[in-house]
Design a protein around this ligand. Structure first.
Ligand SMILES: Cc1cc2nc3c(=O)[nH]c(=O)nc-3n(C[C@H](O)[C@H](O)[C@H](O)COP(=O)(O)O)c2cc1C
Ligand SMILES: Nc1ncnc2c1ncn2[C@@H]1O[C@H](COP(=O)(O)OP(=O)(O)O)[C@@H](O)[C@H]1O
Length: 314
């Protein structure tokens, strides 16, 4: 997959661009609904003997459009997004910078520059996709803006339990610790990755060494607590338990939750290495214990629970 980071106006040369079928959207999470849009574009491209593409945006429009400048966290930060799109068989990824200039482009201007101008012959988008200034362009107006230069497919609402699958719904599940429902909506387990850094060196003494993970600051983390996780390390998959929290038993003043994992049946140095953590089940809330002995007892119970969980659900 080739990635192109574009700004308005982009400088790509039309004559050098292949005829392409594209999916377009913000696609945070690349959930089951997004996957239907992207897979439709990939198979339509094969049918037409064209290249497949995904057009997406960065950062999230709310960063530019909302007054209180904020930092948005993503279910799939750009890096994860790229990995998943590669796996879906996408040939080209166009990441359009969402800035004031882009936000003020008219719907016709957007289509002319970023669809016709990128030699797109067919567009696939969800029924609620919008484009151009104030999101005034949509799947109703696209026919007029296309003016026969390209065709399009509108993907209708994809639902689970009679409710639309959406990034917002997944964010709410993650906030509540409903990881299994979030995973069902995503169509894969939530993955958070990062590099192993040094912690307080307390884990080994407790009998449960934990790899402390420096996560991407763009990554949306689930609710704090203890989770059944799988760890992908050097292309091998391990079972383990994660603590996402502020370690109240020992550190009353930690502000940001820390993600740490204890890998089952493993004993080796991991400092400086990259780990991918797949979240599978929420086990319990984080607690403040009277001391190390009580915490160790609880962690031993967590381990039994999590091993049983994976014995039943692999
Ligand atoms: C499965 C598991 C559950 C945990 N639960 C709690 C908890 O409920 N309360 C708490 O204060 N710390 C909890 N911890 C975090 C430990 O306090 C932490 O791993 C330990 O202090 C080691 O920290 P270090 O890696 O910085 O040395 C848990 C850790 C694990 C692995
Ligand atoms: N089974 C394991 N799970 C996680 N980390 C392990 C394991 N075995 C060894 N380690 C190593 O031990 C370190 C964790 O030990 P710990 O005493 O908790 O130190 P720290 O406070 O630096 O995390 C990990 O970063 C890793 O290098």
């Amino acid at each position: 997959m080739r990635t192109f980071e574009l700004e308005y106006p982009h400088a790509l040369v039309f004559n050098e661009l292949p005829e392409t079928v594209t999916a377009i959207g913000f696609f945070d999470g690349i959930h089951c609904g997004h996957q239907r849009v992207i897979q439709t574009a990939v198979s339509e491209a094969k049918n037409r003997n064209m290249e497949s593409a995904v057009i997406t945006f960065f950062p999230h429009p709310s960063v530019v459009l909302k007054k209180d400048a904020q930092h948005v966290k993503y279910i799939t930060p750009l890096r994860e997004k790229k990995e998943i799109l590669k796996r879906l068989g996408v040939d080209r990824l166009y990441i359009i910078k969402f800035n004031k200039a882009l936000a003020s482009l008219s719907p016709q201007g957007f289509i002319d520059h970023f669809i016709k101008g990128l030699n797109i012959k067919h567009v696939v988008a969800g029924f609620d996709f919008s484009y151009g200034h104030k999101g005034k362009g949509n799947m109703e107006t696209i026919k007029e803006h296309a003016a026969d230069a390209f065709s399009y497919t509108t993907i209708s609402k994809v639902e689970l339990d009679n409710e639309k699958i959406s990034s917002t719904r997944i964010r709410e599940c993650l906030k509540k610790g409903q990881i299994e429902k979030a995973n069902e909506l995503l169509g894969r387990p939530l993955i958070v990755d990062g590099i192993v850094i040094k912690g307080e060196q307390r884990g080994k003494a407790l009998g449960y060494p934990t790899a402390n993970i420096d996560t991407n600051r763009d990554a949306l983390l689930p609710k704090t607590g203890v989770y059944a996780v799988k760890i992908i390390y050097k292309n091998e998959r391990y079972e383990g338990m994660a603590s996402l929290g502020v370690n109240p038993t020992f550190t009353p003043d930690l502000l940001e939750p820390v993600l740490e994992v204890n890998i089952f049946d493993y004993n080796n140095d991991l400092y400086g290495d990259e780990l991918l953590v797949e979240f599978h089940a929420f086990i319990r809330e984080e607690q403040k214990f009277a001391g190390a002995a009580q915490l160790i007892k609880k962690i031993a119970e967590d381990e039994v629970k999590i091993r049983n969980y994976f014995a039943k659900n692999c």
